[in-house]
Design a protein around this ligand. Sequence first.
Ligand code: HAM
Length: 443
Amino acid sequence: MPSLLAQPAPTDATLRSAKPTALSAVKGMNDLLPEDMAIWEHVEATAAYVFRQYGYRAIRTPIVEQTAVFVRAIGEVTDIVEKEMYTFTDALNGEQLTLRPENTAAVVRAAIEHNLLYEGPQRLWYFGPMFRHERPQKGRYRQFHQFGIEALGHGSPEVDAEQLLLVWRLWEALGIKPEQRPALEINSLGASAERAAHREALVAYFSAHASALDADSQRRLGTNPLRILDSKNPAMQPVIADAPQLPDFLGDESRRFEDQVLDILTQAGVPFRQNPRLVRGLDYYNLTVFEWVTDLLGAQGTVCGGGRYDGLIEMMGGKPAPACGFAIGAERLIGLLQACAPLKTGPLLDVYLMHWGEGSTAQAMVTAEALRSRGLAVQMHAGGGSVKSQIKKADASGAQVAVILGEDERAAGKATLKPLRGQADQRTVLPGDLAEAVLCLTR
Ligand code: HAM
């Protein structure tokens, strides 16, 4: 596995240049600026609400884990482990560490370490940054965020189906119209013996067509032939189209499991498409796998991916227990919302508090505190300036009203209330009536 920290760290002298140049963020890692945050906060709050509606409890795990956590869970012959992990050696103790490229492995590690399953099955959700060293493009970043849920210790098909109903509800809660919602593609990877039989058939088939495979796929033939089906190489699509399909290798039990999931979806009115070629890019799955895909985002259209991973907990050193889950890419979901359900936000600030004259600052601060105690959001003018420039700043602040504590007001023991939006007239009020008067204008 390549280390991304192969170069020696720069010395102090190289970091200090004569004339400082502006530094920029790492390629593929984005700042979220204040103007971006309203929609992020809205999506975070909505997802947390919907997860709670289904009995999921939040969990947070560290951003850095031992590399083995991901190698063991995701699989050595996967794109993520082979080329996308930010892995480095801890200089103090030589430990191999990795910035998490996903969070299922870490949640399972934490559940085993803290014996969570001892108390019974666990429904967990998380939100946070993940890191993959991919080629950045729209919708594909090196630091991105995922909302995910993991149902640990849950083995029955209704849990898979319920997670899909949850996603459908989340689209609805975010205001995405049914026809603009990502489309659900679903498949079954069956049991390991069924996958082994399919794998054998795949190896035989692709070996017979080896000349049609690109170098990557030829290598995968000996390591992970299932992933050849996932190749995006257009030249290989005809040979992939005729390859043996996994659904043909499924036994009765796997079919019954899949039928039960699909039956619930059908009864609940959640549209889906069975896609026998869907294999996912991580090795831990069995039975149900799914992706929610949109064509409103260009090339990176997979908004959510997940499935069942009944073998992972045991593989990570825990007592055998089934599980399933998914993760939603937050940047892609927000991109989708911006395309089809833009957020209408109200003003973030209620009051801009203007003041001038000797000793006005302390009085303005006390007034601001009194207004905040009534639940109002107040920005106090800072740094003096003419009355005209203060009015300009009040207008630009987005606040709904300006409260003015000028020399005249303070001499008269009053405050002026100046609505900044709408038709109401400016008027003076006594300090005791101020909060009520502002509330009347803003709520
Ligand atoms: P995944 O399919 O690798 O699954 O990622 C889930 C979602 O994260 C993707 O569908 C996509 O929306 C988003 N995503 C992935 N890579 C990037 C990227 N470089 N830039 C932006 N968004 C990205 C997992 O991670 C599994 N842990 C899901 C899971 C949970 N399965 C079971 N439980």
